[in-house]
Design a binder for this molecule. Structure first.
Ligand code: MV4
Length: 450
Protein backbone atom coordinates (compact mmCIF):
# COMPACT_ATOMS: atom_id res chain seq x y z
CA UNK A 1 0.00 0.00 0.00
CA UNK A 2 1.20 3.51 -0.81
CA UNK A 3 1.27 6.01 2.03
CA UNK A 4 2.72 8.90 0.02
CA UNK A 5 3.04 9.66 -3.71
CA UNK A 6 5.04 12.32 -5.55
CA UNK A 7 3.46 13.75 -8.69
CA UNK A 8 6.11 14.44 -11.34
CA UNK A 9 3.92 16.68 -13.48
CA UNK A 10 1.95 19.93 -13.55
CA UNK A 11 -1.33 21.35 -14.82
CA UNK A 12 -4.67 19.55 -14.93
CA UNK A 13 -3.15 16.06 -14.92
CA UNK A 14 -1.23 16.77 -11.69
CA UNK A 15 -4.50 17.99 -10.14
CA UNK A 16 -6.29 14.87 -11.42
CA UNK A 17 -3.67 12.63 -9.76
CA UNK A 18 -3.82 14.59 -6.47
CA UNK A 19 -7.62 14.14 -6.36
CA UNK A 20 -7.37 10.38 -6.98
CA UNK A 21 -4.74 10.05 -4.22
CA UNK A 22 -6.87 12.04 -1.78
CA UNK A 23 -9.82 9.70 -2.38
CA UNK A 24 -7.53 6.75 -1.73
CA UNK A 25 -6.15 8.24 1.51
CA UNK A 26 -2.68 8.73 0.03
CA UNK A 27 -0.62 11.80 0.98
CA UNK A 28 0.54 13.85 -2.04
CA UNK A 29 3.76 15.69 -2.81
CA UNK A 30 3.80 18.16 -5.70
CA UNK A 31 6.98 19.27 -7.41
CA UNK A 32 6.99 22.65 -9.10
CA UNK A 33 9.23 24.92 -11.12
CA UNK A 34 9.93 28.55 -10.28
CA UNK A 35 7.24 29.46 -12.85
CA UNK A 36 4.66 27.32 -11.01
CA UNK A 37 4.89 28.74 -7.46
CA UNK A 38 1.24 29.82 -7.68
CA UNK A 39 0.04 26.85 -9.77
CA UNK A 40 -3.01 24.91 -8.62
CA UNK A 41 -1.14 21.61 -8.26
CA UNK A 42 1.41 23.35 -6.01
CA UNK A 43 -1.40 24.63 -3.81
CA UNK A 44 -3.59 21.51 -3.74
CA UNK A 45 -0.96 18.91 -2.78
CA UNK A 46 -0.26 18.15 0.87
CA UNK A 47 3.39 19.14 0.35
CA UNK A 48 5.17 20.98 -2.45
CA UNK A 49 8.85 21.05 -3.35
CA UNK A 50 10.48 23.47 -5.78
CA UNK A 51 12.71 21.54 -8.17
CA UNK A 52 14.27 24.30 -10.23
CA UNK A 53 13.95 27.04 -12.84
CA UNK A 54 11.07 27.40 -15.28
CA UNK A 55 12.45 25.54 -18.33
CA UNK A 56 11.22 21.93 -18.19
CA UNK A 57 14.73 20.57 -18.81
CA UNK A 58 15.76 22.12 -15.49
CA UNK A 59 12.66 21.10 -13.54
CA UNK A 60 9.96 18.64 -14.70
CA UNK A 61 12.50 16.76 -16.83
CA UNK A 62 15.29 16.86 -14.27
CA UNK A 63 15.44 13.29 -13.00
CA UNK A 64 18.04 13.87 -10.27
CA UNK A 65 16.13 16.77 -8.75
CA UNK A 66 12.84 14.88 -8.82
CA UNK A 67 14.38 11.81 -7.19
CA UNK A 68 16.05 14.01 -4.56
CA UNK A 69 12.59 15.42 -3.78
CA UNK A 70 11.26 11.84 -3.50
CA UNK A 71 13.96 10.91 -1.02
CA UNK A 72 13.60 14.13 1.00
CA UNK A 73 9.82 13.69 1.23
CA UNK A 74 10.09 9.92 1.86
CA UNK A 75 7.55 8.93 -0.79
CA UNK A 76 6.69 5.36 -1.73
CA UNK A 77 5.87 6.00 -5.34
CA UNK A 78 5.95 8.49 -8.18
CA UNK A 79 3.19 9.22 -10.70
CA UNK A 80 4.53 10.63 -13.99
CA UNK A 81 1.22 11.67 -15.60
CA UNK A 82 1.73 12.12 -19.38
CA UNK A 83 4.50 13.87 -21.31
CA UNK A 84 7.66 14.86 -19.37
CA UNK A 85 9.22 11.65 -17.89
CA UNK A 86 6.21 9.38 -18.38
CA UNK A 87 7.83 7.32 -21.15
CA UNK A 88 11.46 7.59 -20.12
CA UNK A 89 12.77 4.09 -19.34
CA UNK A 90 16.01 5.43 -17.85
CA UNK A 91 13.93 7.32 -15.29
CA UNK A 92 12.00 4.12 -14.47
CA UNK A 93 15.32 2.36 -13.81
CA UNK A 94 16.52 5.23 -11.62
CA UNK A 95 13.31 5.04 -9.57
CA UNK A 96 13.89 1.33 -9.08
CA UNK A 97 17.46 1.96 -7.86
CA UNK A 98 16.07 4.44 -5.33
CA UNK A 99 13.42 1.92 -4.18
CA UNK A 100 10.59 4.17 -5.34
CA UNK A 101 7.73 2.56 -7.27
CA UNK A 102 7.18 4.09 -10.70
CA UNK A 103 3.42 4.10 -11.32
CA UNK A 104 3.38 2.69 -14.83
CA UNK A 105 4.87 -0.17 -16.85
CA UNK A 106 8.41 -1.53 -16.52
CA UNK A 107 11.42 0.02 -18.26
CA UNK A 108 11.68 -3.03 -20.55
CA UNK A 109 8.03 -2.67 -21.58
CA UNK A 110 8.56 1.00 -22.41
CA UNK A 111 11.60 0.20 -24.54
CA UNK A 112 9.80 -2.64 -26.30
CA UNK A 113 6.81 -0.48 -27.25
CA UNK A 114 8.84 2.70 -27.78
CA UNK A 115 10.68 0.94 -30.61
CA UNK A 116 7.84 0.88 -33.13
CA UNK A 117 9.34 -1.52 -35.65
CA UNK A 118 9.99 -3.96 -32.80
CA UNK A 119 6.45 -3.44 -31.47
CA UNK A 120 5.15 -4.14 -34.99
CA UNK A 121 7.06 -7.41 -35.16
CA UNK A 122 5.88 -8.43 -31.68
CA UNK A 123 2.25 -7.79 -32.66
CA UNK A 124 2.61 -9.66 -35.99
CA UNK A 125 3.92 -12.68 -34.08
CA UNK A 126 1.08 -12.41 -31.56
CA UNK A 127 -1.51 -12.47 -34.36
CA UNK A 128 -2.61 -8.86 -33.94
CA UNK A 129 -3.32 -7.29 -37.35
CA UNK A 130 -0.71 -4.70 -38.35
CA UNK A 131 -0.59 -2.49 -41.46
CA UNK A 132 0.89 -4.54 -44.34
CA UNK A 133 4.59 -3.71 -44.45
CA UNK A 134 8.10 -4.62 -43.33
CA UNK A 135 8.81 -7.22 -40.67
CA UNK A 136 12.43 -6.25 -40.00
CA UNK A 137 13.94 -2.78 -39.54
CA UNK A 138 15.19 -0.97 -42.66
CA UNK A 139 18.36 1.13 -42.60
CA UNK A 140 19.04 2.10 -46.22
CA UNK A 141 16.96 3.49 -49.06
CA UNK A 142 18.01 0.78 -51.57
CA UNK A 143 16.66 -2.04 -49.41
CA UNK A 144 13.66 0.11 -48.58
CA UNK A 145 12.85 0.64 -52.24
CA UNK A 146 12.82 -3.12 -52.94
CA UNK A 147 10.50 -3.69 -49.98
CA UNK A 148 8.23 -0.80 -50.99
CA UNK A 149 7.74 -2.40 -54.39
CA UNK A 150 6.58 -5.62 -52.71
CA UNK A 151 4.25 -3.73 -50.36
CA UNK A 152 2.80 -1.68 -53.22
CA UNK A 153 2.63 2.11 -53.50
CA UNK A 154 1.74 4.44 -51.89
CA UNK A 155 3.77 3.62 -48.78
CA UNK A 156 4.46 5.34 -45.48
CA UNK A 157 8.10 5.51 -44.39
CA UNK A 158 8.32 5.75 -40.62
CA UNK A 159 11.04 6.25 -38.02
CA UNK A 160 11.10 3.47 -35.44
CA UNK A 161 11.41 5.99 -32.61
CA UNK A 162 9.21 8.58 -34.31
CA UNK A 163 6.34 10.47 -32.83
CA UNK A 164 4.20 13.50 -33.54
CA UNK A 165 4.57 12.96 -37.27
CA UNK A 166 8.35 13.48 -37.15
CA UNK A 167 10.45 11.13 -39.26
CA UNK A 168 7.40 10.15 -41.32
CA UNK A 169 6.98 10.53 -45.12
CA UNK A 170 4.58 9.26 -47.76
CA UNK A 171 6.04 7.90 -50.98
CA UNK A 172 3.68 7.66 -53.96
CA UNK A 173 5.97 5.92 -56.45
CA UNK A 174 9.51 4.54 -56.91
CA UNK A 175 10.62 7.92 -58.37
CA UNK A 176 10.18 9.74 -55.07
CA UNK A 177 11.03 6.89 -52.70
CA UNK A 178 14.73 7.46 -52.09
CA UNK A 179 14.35 11.18 -51.52
CA UNK A 180 11.53 10.65 -48.98
CA UNK A 181 13.33 7.82 -47.23
CA UNK A 182 16.45 9.96 -46.82
CA UNK A 183 14.52 12.97 -45.51
CA UNK A 184 12.56 10.84 -43.02
CA UNK A 185 15.72 9.06 -41.86
CA UNK A 186 17.65 12.31 -41.46
CA UNK A 187 14.79 13.76 -39.42
CA UNK A 188 14.88 10.64 -37.25
CA UNK A 189 18.64 10.83 -36.69
CA UNK A 190 18.37 14.53 -35.82
CA UNK A 191 15.26 14.23 -33.67
CA UNK A 192 15.66 10.83 -32.01
CA UNK A 193 19.32 9.94 -32.56
CA UNK A 194 18.42 6.75 -34.42
CA UNK A 195 18.30 5.66 -38.08
CA UNK A 196 15.97 2.64 -37.75
CA UNK A 197 13.07 2.86 -40.21
CA UNK A 198 10.09 0.72 -41.21
CA UNK A 199 7.70 0.85 -44.13
CA UNK A 200 3.94 0.38 -44.25
CA UNK A 201 1.26 0.49 -46.88
CA UNK A 202 -0.21 4.01 -46.82
CA UNK A 203 -3.79 4.00 -45.53
CA UNK A 204 -5.77 6.84 -47.08
CA UNK A 205 -8.10 8.91 -44.88
CA UNK A 206 -8.02 6.55 -41.92
CA UNK A 207 -9.71 6.96 -38.58
CA UNK A 208 -7.67 6.89 -35.39
CA UNK A 209 -9.43 4.50 -33.02
CA UNK A 210 -7.70 3.54 -29.77
CA UNK A 211 -8.67 1.05 -27.06
CA UNK A 212 -8.14 1.71 -23.37
CA UNK A 213 -6.82 -1.25 -21.44
CA UNK A 214 -5.99 -2.00 -17.81
CA UNK A 215 -3.68 -4.85 -16.87
CA UNK A 216 -2.50 -6.05 -13.47
CA UNK A 217 0.56 -8.11 -12.52
CA UNK A 218 -1.52 -11.29 -12.28
CA UNK A 219 -2.21 -11.42 -16.02
CA UNK A 220 -5.71 -9.96 -15.83
CA UNK A 221 -6.41 -7.64 -18.76
CA UNK A 222 -9.61 -5.72 -19.49
CA UNK A 223 -10.51 -3.32 -22.29
CA UNK A 224 -12.80 -0.35 -21.64
CA UNK A 225 -13.90 0.34 -25.18
CA UNK A 226 -12.52 2.73 -27.73
CA UNK A 227 -11.96 6.42 -28.29
CA UNK A 228 -12.19 7.94 -31.74
CA UNK A 229 -9.40 10.54 -31.91
CA UNK A 230 -9.61 11.34 -35.60
CA UNK A 231 -10.04 15.10 -35.10
CA UNK A 232 -6.44 16.23 -34.97
CA UNK A 233 -4.28 19.02 -36.35
CA UNK A 234 -0.56 18.54 -36.84
CA UNK A 235 -0.78 15.33 -34.80
CA UNK A 236 -2.32 17.18 -31.87
CA UNK A 237 -5.68 15.71 -30.90
CA UNK A 238 -8.47 18.25 -30.54
CA UNK A 239 -11.66 16.23 -29.94
CA UNK A 240 -11.96 12.65 -28.69
CA UNK A 241 -15.14 10.65 -28.25
CA UNK A 242 -16.43 7.26 -27.25
CA UNK A 243 -17.94 5.19 -28.76
CA UNK A 244 -16.64 5.66 -32.30
CA UNK A 245 -19.43 6.09 -34.87
CA UNK A 246 -17.34 3.98 -37.25
CA UNK A 247 -17.62 0.71 -35.29
CA UNK A 248 -20.36 -1.87 -35.43
CA UNK A 249 -20.81 -3.98 -32.28
CA UNK A 250 -19.12 -6.86 -34.12
CA UNK A 251 -16.10 -4.77 -35.16
CA UNK A 252 -15.85 -3.34 -31.63
CA UNK A 253 -15.77 -6.85 -30.21
CA UNK A 254 -13.03 -7.95 -32.63
CA UNK A 255 -10.91 -4.83 -32.04
CA UNK A 256 -11.36 -5.13 -28.28
CA UNK A 257 -10.20 -8.73 -28.44
CA UNK A 258 -7.17 -7.70 -30.53
CA UNK A 259 -6.34 -5.01 -27.95
CA UNK A 260 -6.43 -7.57 -25.13
CA UNK A 261 -4.35 -9.97 -27.21
CA UNK A 262 -1.77 -7.21 -27.78
CA UNK A 263 -1.51 -6.42 -24.06
CA UNK A 264 -1.31 -10.09 -23.08
CA UNK A 265 1.36 -10.82 -25.71
CA UNK A 266 3.78 -8.47 -23.93
CA UNK A 267 2.51 -9.19 -20.40
CA UNK A 268 1.61 -5.54 -20.04
CA UNK A 269 0.96 -4.10 -16.59
CA UNK A 270 -0.68 -0.70 -15.84
CA UNK A 271 -3.08 1.52 -17.82
CA UNK A 272 -2.30 1.58 -21.53
CA UNK A 273 -3.71 2.29 -24.95
CA UNK A 274 -3.65 0.26 -28.15
CA UNK A 275 -3.85 2.57 -31.17
CA UNK A 276 -5.42 1.31 -34.36
CA UNK A 277 -5.85 2.78 -37.81
CA UNK A 278 -9.24 1.97 -39.30
CA UNK A 279 -9.53 2.13 -43.09
CA UNK A 280 -12.59 2.83 -45.24
CA UNK A 281 -13.31 -0.89 -45.63
CA UNK A 282 -13.42 -1.37 -41.84
CA UNK A 283 -10.04 -3.10 -41.73
CA UNK A 284 -8.17 -2.26 -38.54
CA UNK A 285 -4.45 -2.30 -37.95
CA UNK A 286 -2.32 -2.01 -34.82
CA UNK A 287 -0.26 1.17 -35.03
CA UNK A 288 1.32 1.86 -31.64
CA UNK A 289 0.90 1.17 -27.97
CA UNK A 290 0.94 4.07 -25.50
CA UNK A 291 2.44 3.02 -22.19
CA UNK A 292 0.96 5.84 -20.10
CA UNK A 293 -2.28 7.40 -18.90
CA UNK A 294 -3.44 9.66 -21.71
CA UNK A 295 -4.86 13.17 -21.93
CA UNK A 296 -8.20 11.80 -23.16
CA UNK A 297 -8.67 9.18 -20.40
CA UNK A 298 -11.74 11.01 -18.94
CA UNK A 299 -13.74 10.12 -22.07
CA UNK A 300 -13.44 6.46 -21.11
CA UNK A 301 -14.11 7.23 -17.44
CA UNK A 302 -17.40 8.90 -18.42
CA UNK A 303 -18.73 5.95 -20.44
CA UNK A 304 -17.35 3.17 -18.22
CA UNK A 305 -17.71 4.67 -14.75
CA UNK A 306 -14.24 3.25 -13.96
CA UNK A 307 -11.72 5.59 -12.33
CA UNK A 308 -8.67 4.86 -14.50
CA UNK A 309 -6.33 6.90 -12.32
CA UNK A 310 -7.24 5.08 -9.11
CA UNK A 311 -7.05 1.75 -10.92
CA UNK A 312 -3.59 2.62 -12.30
CA UNK A 313 -2.36 3.47 -8.80
CA UNK A 314 -3.78 0.32 -7.21
CA UNK A 315 -2.22 -1.83 -9.98
CA UNK A 316 1.15 -0.28 -9.05
CA UNK A 317 0.45 -1.17 -5.39
CA UNK A 318 0.34 -4.79 -6.54
CA UNK A 319 -3.41 -5.19 -6.26
CA UNK A 320 -5.50 -7.12 -8.80
CA UNK A 321 -7.92 -5.23 -11.05
CA UNK A 322 -11.07 -4.24 -9.17
CA UNK A 323 -13.29 -5.10 -12.17
CA UNK A 324 -13.62 -8.00 -14.60
CA UNK A 325 -14.46 -7.71 -18.30
CA UNK A 326 -18.02 -8.93 -17.64
CA UNK A 327 -18.58 -6.13 -15.13
CA UNK A 328 -17.62 -3.41 -17.61
CA UNK A 329 -20.72 -1.73 -19.05
CA UNK A 330 -20.22 1.12 -21.47
CA UNK A 331 -22.95 3.67 -21.12
CA UNK A 332 -24.05 6.41 -23.53
CA UNK A 333 -21.63 8.71 -25.29
CA UNK A 334 -18.80 10.96 -24.10
CA UNK A 335 -16.76 13.64 -25.81
CA UNK A 336 -13.77 15.76 -24.86
CA UNK A 337 -12.70 19.11 -26.32
CA UNK A 338 -9.17 20.24 -25.52
CA UNK A 339 -9.01 23.94 -24.70
CA UNK A 340 -5.66 25.50 -25.59
CA UNK A 341 -4.35 29.01 -25.00
CA UNK A 342 -3.47 29.52 -28.65
CA UNK A 343 -4.60 31.58 -31.63
CA UNK A 344 -6.17 29.47 -34.41
CA UNK A 345 -6.04 32.51 -36.74
CA UNK A 346 -2.28 32.90 -36.29
CA UNK A 347 -0.85 29.44 -36.91
CA UNK A 348 -2.06 28.33 -33.46
CA UNK A 349 0.63 30.47 -31.87
CA UNK A 350 0.62 29.85 -28.07
CA UNK A 351 -1.00 32.67 -26.09
CA UNK A 352 0.31 32.64 -22.52
CA UNK A 353 -0.73 35.42 -20.13
CA UNK A 354 -2.98 36.28 -17.23
CA UNK A 355 -6.50 34.86 -17.11
CA UNK A 356 -8.54 37.82 -15.94
CA UNK A 357 -11.70 35.89 -15.45
CA UNK A 358 -12.71 32.29 -15.85
CA UNK A 359 -16.16 30.77 -15.60
CA UNK A 360 -16.27 26.98 -15.68
CA UNK A 361 -19.69 25.53 -16.58
CA UNK A 362 -21.14 22.54 -14.75
CA UNK A 363 -24.36 20.58 -14.80
CA UNK A 364 -25.57 17.11 -15.57
CA UNK A 365 -22.88 15.07 -17.33
CA UNK A 366 -20.36 17.91 -17.51
CA UNK A 367 -16.78 17.54 -16.28
CA UNK A 368 -14.00 20.08 -16.60
CA UNK A 369 -10.43 19.07 -15.85
CA UNK A 370 -8.29 22.16 -15.50
CA UNK A 371 -5.73 23.87 -13.30
CA UNK A 372 -6.67 27.46 -14.13
CA UNK A 373 -8.42 29.97 -11.84
CA UNK A 374 -9.24 33.70 -11.76
CA UNK A 375 -6.02 35.68 -11.99
CA UNK A 376 -3.87 32.65 -12.91
CA UNK A 377 -0.94 33.40 -15.18
CA UNK A 378 -0.32 30.80 -17.89
CA UNK A 379 3.48 30.50 -18.10
CA UNK A 380 5.02 30.45 -21.60
CA UNK A 381 7.29 27.47 -20.87
CA UNK A 382 4.92 24.52 -21.14
CA UNK A 383 2.10 23.02 -23.20
CA UNK A 384 -0.72 25.37 -24.20
CA UNK A 385 -3.53 23.00 -23.13
CA UNK A 386 -5.28 24.70 -20.20
CA UNK A 387 -8.52 22.75 -19.83
CA UNK A 388 -10.40 19.66 -20.96
CA UNK A 389 -14.15 19.91 -21.32
CA UNK A 390 -15.71 16.47 -21.12
CA UNK A 391 -19.44 15.83 -21.45
CA UNK A 392 -21.57 12.71 -21.25
CA UNK A 393 -24.95 12.13 -22.86
CA UNK A 394 -27.21 9.21 -23.76
CA UNK A 395 -26.26 9.32 -27.43
CA UNK A 396 -23.95 11.22 -29.79
CA UNK A 397 -26.44 13.96 -30.68
CA UNK A 398 -27.27 14.71 -27.06
CA UNK A 399 -23.53 14.77 -26.30
CA UNK A 400 -22.77 17.20 -29.13
CA UNK A 401 -25.67 19.44 -27.99
CA UNK A 402 -24.37 19.36 -24.43
CA UNK A 403 -20.82 20.18 -25.60
CA UNK A 404 -22.08 23.15 -27.61
CA UNK A 405 -24.08 24.42 -24.64
CA UNK A 406 -21.08 23.93 -22.32
CA UNK A 407 -18.57 25.66 -24.62
CA UNK A 408 -21.11 28.46 -25.06
CA UNK A 409 -21.14 29.04 -21.31
CA UNK A 410 -17.37 28.70 -20.82
CA UNK A 411 -15.60 32.03 -20.24
CA UNK A 412 -11.83 32.36 -20.35
CA UNK A 413 -10.98 36.09 -20.47
CA UNK A 414 -7.56 37.61 -20.94
CA UNK A 415 -5.96 35.11 -23.30
CA UNK A 416 -6.89 33.88 -26.78
CA UNK A 417 -8.12 30.28 -26.89
CA UNK A 418 -9.30 27.75 -29.47
CA UNK A 419 -12.85 27.61 -28.00
CA UNK A 420 -14.48 29.28 -31.03
CA UNK A 421 -12.63 26.94 -33.39
CA UNK A 422 -13.83 23.93 -31.37
CA UNK A 423 -17.35 25.32 -31.70
CA UNK A 424 -16.96 25.58 -35.48
CA UNK A 425 -15.88 21.95 -35.68
CA UNK A 426 -18.85 20.80 -33.58
CA UNK A 427 -21.20 22.76 -35.84
CA UNK A 428 -19.80 21.31 -39.04
CA UNK A 429 -22.24 19.12 -40.96
CA UNK A 430 -19.65 16.40 -41.54
CA UNK A 431 -18.74 16.29 -37.85
CA UNK A 432 -22.40 15.98 -36.94
CA UNK A 433 -22.82 13.17 -39.43
CA UNK A 434 -19.80 11.38 -37.96
CA UNK A 435 -17.79 11.76 -41.16
CA UNK A 436 -14.54 12.20 -39.31
CA UNK A 437 -11.16 11.04 -40.55
CA UNK A 438 -7.66 12.25 -39.72
CA UNK A 439 -8.01 14.58 -42.73
CA UNK A 440 -11.03 16.41 -41.27
CA UNK A 441 -9.28 19.64 -40.27
CA UNK A 442 -6.98 20.02 -43.32
CA UNK A 443 -9.95 19.20 -45.55
CA UNK A 444 -12.56 21.49 -43.96
CA UNK A 445 -10.36 24.24 -42.56
CA UNK A 446 -7.51 24.56 -45.10
CA UNK A 447 -7.04 28.24 -44.19
CA UNK A 448 -6.15 27.21 -40.63
CA UNK A 449 -3.41 24.93 -41.89
CA UNK A 450 -1.41 27.66 -43.64
C1 MV4 B 1 -0.21 6.16 -40.92
C2 MV4 B 1 -1.17 6.79 -41.71
C3 MV4 B 1 -1.57 6.16 -42.87
N1 MV4 B 1 -1.03 4.96 -43.21
N2 MV4 B 1 0.28 4.97 -41.29
C4 MV4 B 1 0.47 9.74 -37.81
C5 MV4 B 1 1.20 9.75 -36.51
C6 MV4 B 1 1.76 8.38 -36.33
N3 MV4 B 1 1.52 7.92 -35.01
C7 MV4 B 1 1.09 7.54 -37.35
N4 MV4 B 1 0.37 8.39 -38.25
C8 MV4 B 1 -0.20 7.92 -39.38
N5 MV4 B 1 0.24 6.69 -39.78
C9 MV4 B 1 -0.12 4.40 -42.43
N6 MV4 B 1 0.40 3.24 -42.78
C10 MV4 B 1 -1.67 8.04 -41.29
C11 MV4 B 1 -1.18 8.61 -40.13
C12 MV4 B 1 -1.72 9.89 -39.77
C13 MV4 B 1 -2.54 10.04 -38.66
C14 MV4 B 1 -2.82 8.98 -37.82
C15 MV4 B 1 -3.63 9.14 -36.72
C16 MV4 B 1 -4.18 10.38 -36.47
C17 MV4 B 1 -3.90 11.46 -37.27
C18 MV4 B 1 -3.08 11.31 -38.37
C19 MV4 B 1 -2.82 12.40 -39.20
C20 MV4 B 1 -2.02 12.24 -40.28
C21 MV4 B 1 -1.46 10.99 -40.57
Amino acid sequence: MFRKILIANRGEIAVRIIRACREMGITTVAVYSEADKEALHTQLADEAICIGPAPATESYLNMERILSACIAAKVDAIHPGFGFLSENSRFVEMCQKCHITFIGPSAEMMDKMGNKSEARKTMMEAGVPVVPGTREPVYDSQTGKKLAKEIGYPVMIKASFGGGGKGMRISYDPEDFEENFKVAQLESVRGFGDNTMYIEKYIQDPRHVEFQILADEYGNVVQLGERDCSIQRHHQKMIEESPSVALTPELRRRMGEAAIKAAKAVKYKSAGTIEFLLDRDQNFYFMEMNTRIQVEHPVTEMVSGVDLMKEMISIAEGKPLSISQEEIRLNGHAMECRINAEDPDNHFRPCPGVIREVHLPGGNGVRIDTAVYNGYEIPPYYDSMIAKVIVHGRNRQETIDKMRSTLGELIIDGVTTNVDFQYEILNHEDFQKGNITTDFIPEHFPEKMM
